[in-house]
Design a protein around this ligand. Structure first.
Ligand code: G3P
Ligand code: MG
Length: 250
């Protein structure tokens, strides 16, 4: 299985340490900081539109409340997803996947799209997201699709078999090889506290990329690069980029 060229630093939920997560301004901020990749979470509205949101509800990251599955796209896009973070971002909307992809393509960024389905909507979410990617993602622009949901990964690949996919776990399970194979994944994304030299070596010698989340401490990031991880997710790419030359990642 071919390794794909994954940037070493990936802005987690956009540059979410200094801008509201999963918004267009967080994507632009990442680009302005000089980072070449963003990770964003995608789910769906009640009327089946793919939107960028981490949680199952809008409470934490907007001025609204309630489940995303119970809101139409019109209701969602009226919400303010910026003020909770800082008043200077007041009025920043929750973007659709289409809007996010347009901004990512405009800034020529690598996109790690995490499919984050509401419970029970795994297949439906992956189908909608895959169709949207096929319609609106710029041809040949770099994307890696990831999810904790095997249903999402497999459903997405049925519609878009060319897209590289990654499996997200907290701790890498014993049978990771089997899970990676049955989901046709090229990368495994796990919590950095569960990384160690031997594990990273095993993953890489099996032909997969090892990515770790969420690393905001430059010393911890340095340890990860020395172990040989291929990339780290961080809310503060400006703090992690200076240590990317530590260790060798390939
Ligand atoms: O994909 C890495 C990371 O984003 C997974 O955790 O909860 O921040 O989406 P979470
Ligand atoms: Mg995520």
């Amino acid at each position: 299985m071919a390794l794909i060229d994954i940037p070493k630093v990936i802005a987690h939920r956009g540059a979410s340490g200094t801008a509201p997560e999963n918004t267009l301004v967080a994507i632009v901020r990442a680009s302005d900081l000089g980072v070449t990749a963003v990770e964003l979470d995608v789910t769906i509205s009640s009327d089946g539109i793919a939107v960028m949101l981490h949680d199952e509800n809008v409470d934490r990251t907007s001025n609204g409340n309630g489940l995303i599955t119970q809101k139409t796209i019109n209701e969602i896009q009226k919400l303010d997803a910026g003020s909770w973070f800082d008043g200077t971002f007041a009025g920043e909307p929750i973007p659709t996947l289409k809007q996010a992809m347009k901004t990512i393509n405009k800034h020529k960024l690598f996109f790690n799209m995490e499919i984050k389905p509401s419970a029970g909507l795994e297949e439906k979410t992956a189908k909608i997201v895959a169709d949207e990617v096929n319609k609106n993602w710029q041809a040949n622009a770099p994307m890696l699709v990831s999810s904790t949901s095997e249903v999402c990964l497999q459903t997405f690949q049925k519609i878009n078999p060319q897209m590289p996919c990654g499996l997200i776990v907290d701790n890498v399970p014993e049978n990771w090889r089997e899970i990676m194979q049955r989901n046709n994944c090229v990368s495994i994304h796990f919590h950095y506290s569960n990384a160690n030299l031997e594990l990273v070596k095993e993953i890489k010698s099996a032909g997969y990329s090892a990515l770790v989340y969420t690393v905001d401490d430059p010393m911890a990031a340095k340890d990860m690069f020395v172990m040989g991880v291929d990339g780290v997710f961080t809310n503060f790419p400006e703090m992690i980029m200076p240590v990317t030359e530590c260790g060798s990642t390939n």
